[in-house]
Design a binder for this molecule. Structure first.
Ligand code: HEM
Length: 406
């Protein structure tokens, strides 16, 4: 029903962005496929409906991008993520041959080293009385440094990487003036194209080289611009999301000393906890699909080209699917949340995200008792698409004499 008497989804309201849970509960109960007039899209909130949409790319296309309306958007178009079959399948086949769970698991030692260096640096700077921030000093640089190393981006380019990260993210699109974006996007594109060209001549043990090899051995090799696009996607898809997962989890651990204690004393339980953080505090709240034909969902008549906002994070708290859906259960079994999506677009970096989160939380487990995260002086990411923080200032915890130890 398009004539909705009352606005049940105040999508751009900062109060909704901070606390969307009551809204989602009402939508799931009263209007599971809801026409949001202000945003011009259908909001889908129940677990079963979300999974149905995600599993049907023929009727629900990804081409409109994260908001469903790529045209006129300041966000860059992302290959693979915004492709439907059959083009999607070809890109995914090649990328998944190069970017495997095995390549990732071999990196655990380096991920831990990077996380420990970042935590040590935060402690040093806190002890020196400097202003430090959990997002800028830990949760953001951790995934950025890891993916840079995996891809094979030289460390001298680190400053540029930070700029790319700020500009190409959804947060960046909201924060930065759109005028700067095309310039930075072009620079990123050119740098990646040069690096790929270098690797074509001189192969190394990195993802650039693996991707070139996977492409060359495929029946339908990638064009140079497609290769660059996939590297850009790996950059975009993995950084901001993992940052948000770690920031959201750190805040829960600060509020729940029992969970912090579990992270510190029982590392074997951390993997299940990571999935529970993903379920309850999903870094991506929602992404769009566009109807490819007239169809019906939950009795609602959806027209061709209508946008559907698939609210993964609402599905992840659906009591029709999860017992005690709003409770954090570190022992939860068969946690089939949709934080990494479902179906053909299921996150290709879920193994890396889980590794970074597990190791990152173990390292944070040692840091958090020594610090206080000041959410009152922090800033949330001001978009309903994502759940996370732009800044989370830290101060030494009262009575934490070890804050100065590296
Ligand atoms: C906590 C961290 C992460 C979350 C919550 C997350 C979530 C997601 C979601 C929801 C999708 C599917 C979007 C859709 O259905 O339209 C996706 C796709 C994707 N993700 Fe992740 N992601 C994370 C980390 C990563 C990392 C670390 C990488 C790689 C470096 C990565 C690479 C990708 C790629 C390549 C796709 C596209 C797959 C396709 O379209 O076939 N992600 N991710």
């Amino acid at each position: 029903m398009r004539d909705t008497p009352e606005e049940l989804l105040p999508f751009n309201d900062p109060r909704y962005i901070a606390e969307p849970y009551a809204c989602w509960a009402r939508l799931r109960d009263e209007a599971p496929v809801y026409w949001c007039r202000a945003m011009d899209f259908w909001a889908v909130t129940r677990y079963d409906d979300v999974v149905e949409v995600l599993h049907d790319p023929a009727r629900f296309s990804s081409q409109g991008g994260p908001t469903g309306r790529q045209r006129g958007s300041v966000l860059p178009r992302l290959p693979l993520l915004q492709d439907d079959p059959p083009h999607h399948d070809r890109l995914r086949r090649i990328l998944s041959r190069a970017f495997t769970p095995k390549t990732t698991s071999q990196r655990e030692h380096r991920v831990r080293e990077i996380a420990e260096e970042l935590a040590a640096d935060l402690r040093r700077r806190l002890a020196a009385g400097e202003n430090v921030d959990l997002v800028r000093g830990f949760t953001s640089p951790l995934p950025v440094s890891v993916i840079a190393e995996i891809l094979g981006i030289p460390s001298e380019l680190e400053d540029r990487l930070r700029m790319w990260n700020a500009t190409t993210s959804v947060t960046g699109a909201v924060e930065l003036e759109a005028a700067h974006r095309p310039e930075t996007m072009r620079e990123m594109y050119e740098t990646l194209a040069e690096l790929l060209e270098e690797r074509r001549r001189d192969r190394r043990a990195d993802l650039f080289s693996a991707l070139i090899e996977a492409s060359e051995s495929d029946e339908s090799p990638l064009r140079p611009d497609e290769l660059v696009g996939l590297c850009q996607l790996l950059w975009n898809a993995g950084n901001e999301t993992t940052t948000n997962l770690l920031s959201n989890a750190a805040l829960v651990l600060q509020e729940r000393p029992d969970l912090l204690e579990t992270v510190r004393r029982q590392p074997g339980k951390v993997p299940a906890m990571v999935d529970e953080f993903l379920r309850l505090h999903s870094p991506i709240n929602c992404l769009a699909r566009t109807a490819s034909e007239d169809l019906e969902l939950q009795g609602q008549k959806i027209r061709k080209d209508d946008v559907l906002m698939v609210i993964f994070a609402a599905a992840n708290r659906d009591p029709r699917h999860f017992e005690r859906a709003d409770e954090f259960d570190p022992e939860r079994r068969a946690n089939d949340h949709v934080a990494f999506s479902h179906g053909i677009h299921f996150c290709l970096g879920s193994h890396l995200a889980r590794l970074e989160a597990r190791v990152g939380l173990e390292v944070l487990g040692e840091l958090l008792p020594q610090v206080r995260i000041r959410t009152d002086r922090g800033a949330r990411i001001p978009t309903a698409l994502l759940r996370g923080w732009l800044t989370l200032p830290l101060e030494p915890a009262r009575g934490a004499s070890s804050a100065g130890r590296a």
